[in-house]
Every structure is written in C-alpha cells, then in structure tokens.
Design a protein around this ligand. Structure first.
Ligand code: SF4
Length: 370
C-alpha cells in the first residue's frame, strides 16, 4: 500500500533553523492548492500502487490552509486512488494556528492525526529559534484538540540547542509527558548552511553543541520518554503502543509514495523524484528532477533506514532481496560492531541499540556498498 504526501510550502514567519522548501508569500496559497489537485490527477501513475494507506499534509505550515481546502484534496485523492483502506491522515500544525474555530473545522474533515510543531516549552528558547508561538499556545492547542476528540496527536521537540541545556530540556520533556499525547518526535538541532543559524555559525556567532552534550541530551530524551511509557522505535521517534507514525514508517520500509506540491518528493520503488519550483512557477506547470536507484543504492538505503529503526535488519529478508554475497559480507562485518556493543544480533535481526543510535553513522556506513 502506498502513501500520499501534500506539501503546503507556506509559513507566516521563517524559523531560524529552517532550510525546508517554504515561502512567506501567502498570496499564492489558493492557486497552489488548485494546482495540487490538478497535479494529483495528472501524476497518479507515477506510482503503480494505487491503494492508499496514509495521507500526510506537511510543510511549510499546513495549518495556514483552511481545513476545508485540505478536505478537498482528500476528496480528490479519493476520486483518483483507492482510498477505502486509508488508516491515517495527518496534518502538521503550528500551535498558534490551532484556535477553537480551527479545531472545529478540522473535526469536520477526515484528518485523524495532528502533528504539532511544539519544539520547546521554554519561551526564551522558542524566541531564540524564531518560533511564532509560546509554550502556553502549545498547551492550549493540545487541550483543544483533545477536547474535540483527536486521539492521535504527535509533538515535535528539538534538543541540542546552544545556550539551552539539560534543565530547559528536562522541563520540556516533563511538560511533553504531562500533555498525554500519543507520539513524540525529538530531533537534534542541525545548523543547516542556508538557515539563519547556519549563517550565524559561518560568522562565528553560533556553535554546534559539544558531542558530549548531544549524547547526554539524547540519552535524557530516551530515558524520560521511555520511563513515561513511550517506545523508542526509530532514532528520532517515540510512540505509545499502537501509535507509531504509519506514514513515516512506510518511508522507512520502502513503500511507494506520491508527493504533491512545490518541493514535494515522490518514490515509486525505483525512481525518486522531486518538484523544483517556487509556488508561482509550480502553478503554471510543475517541473521535476529525478534519479533512478540502482541495486547498490537500494541496498545502501535499505541498510540505512532499517538500522535507524529499533527493529533493524531482517537478515533473512536481506539475503533473499539482495543476495548471498551481500548477506555474507554484512554478517562478517557485523562481528566487530557486535563485539563493541554498538550492534546486536538476535532472532535473525541486526539492530543498533537505541541508546547508540545518535552516533551510529560509522556503524551504518561501514555496511554501505561503495
Ligand atoms: S520550521 Fe516549519 S514553520 Fe518554521 S519556517 Fe520551517 S517550515 Fe516554516
């Protein structure tokens, strides 16, 4: 079964760490949404699997679009694909967009999961990151969604922020747990070159946190969320039982997905493709760039995505899918990492212990085929 991803590339303000494909020019919203419906119909056959299991509205800030407009895209998907088995429809939302009116309108759509960009419960840290909401906005947003009956809410938090250490992170984790949400994504801050933070880094006005701080904060996130009953199932993702992110999990399992909207990525099992324009040009006609994955790239991607998940590599599947020669090489190379405790082998699976995942690049890359 496949996934549909709608990219809503509009933001009211630009966060200091952001290098995503987005624009502050909201005037193009309506035209872009109409062009997305047209793109959905035109590009349906990019994926051969037309049974849709998950739909995801990401951004940008999808909560800047009227919920009714998102529902029109969901309805359009229903007329283009087989959506009878859709299990999860997620919309990303900025906490200060989640007013009582917004929640009421969202409740009238088929959306059944909300992803809130909380990032922190410290107002000074939120201001530092250029977020436009406050900690109180985030608490209010979750409460309004819960009161309206949304029972599948995920929040994003960020750690590894220079100047905001363990104490601030501890309070953010404590408040996150108290919210009673079903899922948490916790990301280490990265200072992307094209972001405001990246430019400050280049000017020497900002620094990456020390590796020891990164590791200590990652361990703190894992300890606190695990103690609260969340399962750490992917390097950045924690879920209560039955609430793993189905859309994102399908990416990690190599499922096909069709991305719609400016900057959206698609994958049909062999070809990865992405549209490359700003909304004004996209509305006229999307233009794409693409790459075809060869067997070596398929293998490397399989190793990378599986080792970032707690379940790891199913070695028998790997042998059948990628051949005995690759299987034997991986099993041979695994020995040194198993001996050092950075890899486990149990029940036919090779996996990285979750507490080691943040610094597992060397392990993962050692299995790549050059
Ligand atoms: S982080 Fe999200 S909300 Fe902030 S500018 Fe980037 S896309 Fe927009």
């Amino acid at each position: 079964m496949a996934g549909l991803y709608f990219h809503i590339p509009f933001c009211k303000t630009i966060c200091a760490y952001c290098d995503f494909f987005r624009t502050g020019d909201l005037r193009a919203m309506d035209g872009t949404l109409r062009a997305m419906a047209a793109e959905l119909e035109r590009e349906r056959d990019f994926i051969s699997d037309h049974e849709i299991r998950t739909i995801y509205f990401g951004g940008g800030t999808p909560s800047l679009a009227e919920p009714a407009a998102l529902q029109r895209l969901i309805d359009c998907a229903g007329s283009v694909f087989d959506c009878g088995g859709v299990e999860e429809i997620t919309v990303e939302a900025n906490p200060d967009d989640v007013t009582a009116d917004y929640v009421a309108a969202l409740r009238r759509t088929d959306v059944n999961r909300v992803s809130l960009g909380v990032q922190s419960f410290d107002d000074a840290e939120l201001r530092f990151m250029g977020r436009r909401h406050t900690a109180a906005d985030a608490v209010g947003a979750v409460k309004r969604l819960q009161d309206a009956g949304f029972g599948n809410i995920t929040v994003d938090i960020i750690f590894g922020v220079e100047g905001f250490g363990a104490e601030v992170l501890g309070r953010t984790l404590e408040k996150t747990v108290l919210l009673g949400v079903q899922h948490v994504s916790a990301y280490h801050l990265t200072l992307e070159p094209s972001s405001v933070f990246g430019r400050r880094l280049a000017q020497g006005r900002m620094h990456e946190v020390d590796e020891a701080v990164s590791e200590a904060e990652y361990a703190m996130v894992e300890r606190e969320l695990s103690a609260a009953g969340f399962e750490h199932y992917e390097v950045s993702n924690y879920a209560r039982e039955g609430f793993r992110a189905r859309h994102n999990s399908s990416y990690w399992h190599g499922a096909q997905y069709l991305g719609i909207g400016p900057g959206a990525h698609s994958f049909n099992g062999n070809v990865r493709r992405w549209s490359v324009q700003r909304p004004a040009d996209y509305m006229v006609l999307p233009r794409y760039e693409s790459e075809r994955l060869d067997e070596r790239e398929h293998f490397n991607e399989y190793v990378m995505t599986r080792l970032r998940c707690a379940e790891g590599i199913d070695t028998e599947y790997m042998r059948r899918r990628f051949g005995a020669e690759r299987f034997e090489r991986v099993m041979r190379d695994a020995g040194q990492w198993i001996a050092s405790g950075e890899l486990r082998y149990a029940n036919g699976r090779l996996s990285i212990p979750t507490e080691c995942m943040l610094v597992s690049d060397a392990v993962i890359e050692s299995f790549f085929e050059a």
